[in-house]
Design a protein around this ligand. Sequence first.
Ligand code: CUA
Length: 329
Amino acid sequence: MLHSLLALAQQPRIAPTEGDFWFPPQASSFAGKLDADYYFIYWVSAFFVFVIAGVLVLFTLKYHTKKHPKAERTSTHNTPLELAWSILPGIVLLYMFVLGFEGFTDLRTPPSNAVNVDVTAQKWAWTFTYPNGVVHDELHVEKDQPVQLTLASVDVIHSFWVAAFRTKMDAVPGRYTKLWFTPTMTGEFWAQCTEYCGTNHSMMRAKVVVHEPGELAKWLAVEGDPHGGGRTPAQAGEKIYKIQGCAACHTLDGSKLTGPSFKGLFGREEQLVDGSTVAADENYIRESILNPQAKIVSGYGPPSTMPTFQGRLKEDDIAALIAFLRTVK
Ligand code: CUA
């Protein structure tokens, strides 16, 4: 019995390209082992639930008071039995510990050839900064290339989870945390925030794209630079609006999220929380991006929940955003 369970644990139960009833596809190097560990513990638990519940039902019927009006005398001691039911489950539990410890050290030890991508979490968007400086709202990586993510948060605790890679890590304000994986499958997957972080927690997702080896550089060259690819300033601004996570709080269609909608914003008179008004011109927009607490629109604070983009957006990025906002009528 134990032998066949051990054999089960060594064997990935599903083909690496497809998900099963419980799991999404196994898209990282350690997904197969982790799933096998999971199923080992699952089946051991299922087996013992069955045995224990089965014996319970059996004894209830067998020793029912109608058949046995007089209580049986309990045997006081049985050394072989007690040794057996202590040592055998002990070995199984020790084996589970070894599986867990192996998995834990593996998941916490990035290989030295891992490519680092910085991940910034904020309510309610993920931003990825690539080694060449490109900033984007999608995580793009290459098949078979180990990737290390260095996570940071600008506000509250978030958690970065890619189910298909079987790994996750908290993003904690004031400290860096790390996570790594080696994708083994090309395709598109989802990263999801798994630490409740407020109103739009459930919407805090990011697309994860695994390219064929050698294809990532092409994507970074074309998609990575919002100002490149022959884009006009307004088109570059639209891209930055998407990449930098602005869309998490500011809609383009007039509906209200955490921040005012950008629809028709440019040139509008804004009512502020202190009772004064301001014209939404270039200077107001620039100031609001760099110092969101300076002029808070009535109904959205104080304080404003927007993080500052000082140091995260360059002058040409802000100019492009302003050019984009002029077009959002
Ligand atoms: Cu971020 Cu939940």
